[in-house]
Design a protein. Structure first.
Length: 340
């Protein structure tokens, strides 16, 4: 081990994948391109049936690279958990899905510097950009202070679903987190679409997080994404992201009881509106009435959303955006430059 390696805490980039042969090279090569001196890259293959295993042989000679094929298919979240708890050895970890990739070779180095600057920092993150069907969507990049209070980020999270203001969004693709703390928090415990959000929000309550300047990763949207076309039942189960974080806030005694209840109601309403938009945008508008009824039975606060101006505007916008999607993609985007 070199002097640089011995003085730098180990960082793991875990790359869970399933049948992503056509994307995986971008993910692995972008991880190997990081300039951090003490790095391990672990591909956790969830029993892919394509050429993923053969492709992985390309990097076997690099001592930083490990390929593991699961004995059985664990599912998306089960594979996250298996990689975190069983396969990696780092002090810090980043989860990079097999269809995403990094685009800043200095990111891990800069994230570790931010994490080591203070003992109470549990996570560092940066911005991402979206690529939808091969087209890069140019978003407005938010600026945040270098040090943030995790509880305040959680408090304001409903505004993210509402798409209001300068909200702190922590992308899974850039969240470099403390492995011991994550394991102690039972990371990736919920098999839901937002398993990462549920885990990250619990982790940062009562702790500090660091913002690293720059757009450092790509979130690639395509037809096989888990979030491309979720049905109403899947979206309803995904409300566990609110329930899990709320229970954690209660256990930690964060804020007072009234403030916690207000947070829960605000989150539930905001999430319902956002999910309703997603159903329309994915061509499932017919599922909305049943989704609304079922959501109201579990979360009475959702009833306040019915015929609200915000809901009407959101659904109308989703309908128009779906109809104009091809034109919007051309007008608001530019070709994506993949990492090579």
């Amino acid at each position: 081990m070199s002097t640089g390696q011995s003085s730098a805490p180990p960082v793991s980039i875990m790359i869970p994948t399933y049948n992503q042969e056509r994307f995986l090279a971008d993910a692995v090569q972008s991880a190997l391109a990081q300039d951090y001196p003490n790095l391990e890259i672990v591909v956790a293959d969830d029993c892919s049936t394509d050429g993923t295993q053969a492709l992985a042989h390309r990097w076997q000679s690099d001592p930083r690279f490990t390929y593991v094929r699961n004995a059985t298919n664990l599912g998306r979240v089960g594979n996250y958990r298996h990689a975190l708890y069983e396969l990696i050895h780092g002090r810090w970890a980043l989860n990079l899905d097999g269809d995403d990739y990094l685009c800043d070779p200095s990111f891990i180095s800069r994230a570790v510097a931010a994490l080591q600057a203070r003992e109470d920092v549990v996570l560092a993150f940066a911005e991402i950009y979206d690529v939808t069907d091969g087209v890069r969507v140019v978003d407005v990049v938010q600026r945040h202070p270098p040090l943030l209070d995790g509880s305040e980020v959680v408090r304001d999270y409903a505004a993210l679903y509402k798409r209001q203001g300068s909200v702190v969004f922590i992308p899974h693709q850039t969240a470099v987190y403390d492995v011991a703390a994550a394991r102690a928090m039972d990371f990736y415990r919920c098999d839901i679409l937002s398993a990462d959000v549920e885990s990250i929000l619990r982790l940062i309550v009562g702790r500090k997080i660091a913002f690293v300047e720059g757009t450092v990763a790509c979130w690639r949207h395509h037809g096989a994404n888990a979030t491309t076309r979720p049905d109403a039942a899947t979206l309803l189960r995904n409300f566990a992201v609110v329930d899990g974080v709320f229970a954690h806030l209660e256990r930690c005694g964060v804020w007072n009881a009234r403030a916690r209840q207000h947070w829960r109601a605000d989150m539930v309403r905001a999430k319902f509106v956002d999910d309703a938009r997603l159903l329309i945008f994915s061509g499932q508008a017919g599922a909305l009435p049943d989704f609304y009824r079922r959501a109201c039975r579990r979360y009475p606060a959702v009833a306040a959303c019915a015929f609200s101006p915000k809901l009407v505007r959101t659904l109308a916008a989703a309908t128009v955006r779906r109809a104009l999607r091809p034109w919007l993609a051309t007008a608001r985007s530019r070709p994506a430059g993949q990492h090579r």
